[in-house]
Design a protein around this ligand. Structure first.
Ligand code: HEC
Length: 99
């Protein structure tokens, strides 16, 4: 039974090299935001917290940074490093956390 699950996980991993839906992958992506926005998006001040922020708001801001519609000092660069699926996964992750 254990072996069967393992094979299943391995098969899934092989089938989806870019798996934005995968929680560990999302947490890895989210750790890139921690330097500025705090661990798990909980800001220590001076920067907006991402934890508990509404998902549609995060997606919209990231897309606007990416498209250059919202002026930014740094986020226009950072947002360009993520696909739409990754932005969606990041937004779902941060919005699910308590601030
Ligand atoms: C190098 C520091 C830095 C990193 C890393 C960083 N941010 Fe930001 N973030 C900022 C700054 C600064 C702002 C304010 C806008 C600006 O000047 O770029 C901001 C603004 C935002 C906003 C808008 C907040 C609001 O209140 O409207 C969102 C959403 C956001 N960041 C998401 C992210 C996500 C998601 C990541 C990780 C993928 C991330 N940021 C990584 C510095 C950073």
């Amino acid at each position: 039974m254990v072996l069967r699950s393992l094979v299943f996980v391995l098969a899934l991993g092989g089938a989806a090299p870019v798996c934005a839906q995968d929680t560990n992958h999302t947490r890895l992506l989210a750790s890139n935001c921690a330097n500025c926005h705090g661990t798990d998006g909980r800001s220590q001040g001076g920067m907006p917290s991402l934890s508990g922020m509404a998902k549609p708001y995060i997606v919209q801001q990231m897309q606007e940074f990416k498209a250059g519609k919202r002026t930014a000092t740094i986020m226009h660069q950072i947002s360009k490093g993520y696909t739409d699926a990754e932005i969606d996964a990041l937004a779902a992750y941060f919005s699910s956390l308590k601030n």
